[in-house]
Design a protein around this ligand. Structure first.
Ligand code: THU
Length: 130
């Protein structure tokens, strides 16, 4: 399947507009391309009990798994900032459970960087599929 990362990034940006981030003001959107060609999005959702906050990437992944999808090709992440931010370590670990070869495009208002999960999380800890 040919992957249109530009469209995936637009979907991530649209998802970031749904972010609930009253505490950090840091709005993140993620768009996960599934092997069946569908796209599942997520945004970060914060909480006044701060540690209960969930990142956009895990929200997208958990929604996709809840829809019966377990095989993923690419993830676009958009942060509404001039600074560039790759995904956090917790999200890298959770993504590696399902798709260790995932392409990851992370972007901000100014541009994007294309990478992959093996680069961002080398020697990931996984108990299955070895
Ligand atoms: N956040 C994400 O959504 N993804 C990441 O990879 C890092 C951080 C969110 C969580 C929180 O709402 C805000 O960004 C600041 O940490």
């Amino acid at each position: 399947m040919s992957i249109d990362l530009d469209i995936l990034l637009e979907q991530a940006q649209a998802a970031s507009e749904k972010a609930y981030a009253p505490y950090s003001g840091f709005r993140v959107g993620a768009a996960l391309l599934c092997a069946d060609g569908s796209v599942v999005t997520g945004c970060n959702v914060e909480n006044s009990s701060y540690s209960l906050t969930i990142c956009a990437e895990r929200n997208a992944l958990f929604a996709a798994v809840n829809m019966g999808k377990r095989d993923f090709l690419a993830l676009a992440i958009y942060v509404d900032s001039d600074e560039i931010f790759p995904p956090c370590g917790a999200c890298r670990q959770v993504l590696a459970e399902f798709s260790p070869h995932l392409q990851i495009l992370y972007a901000n208002r100014l541009g994007s960087i294309l990478s992959d999960l093996e680069t961002l999380l080398p020697q990931a800890f996984v108990l299955h599929g070895q």
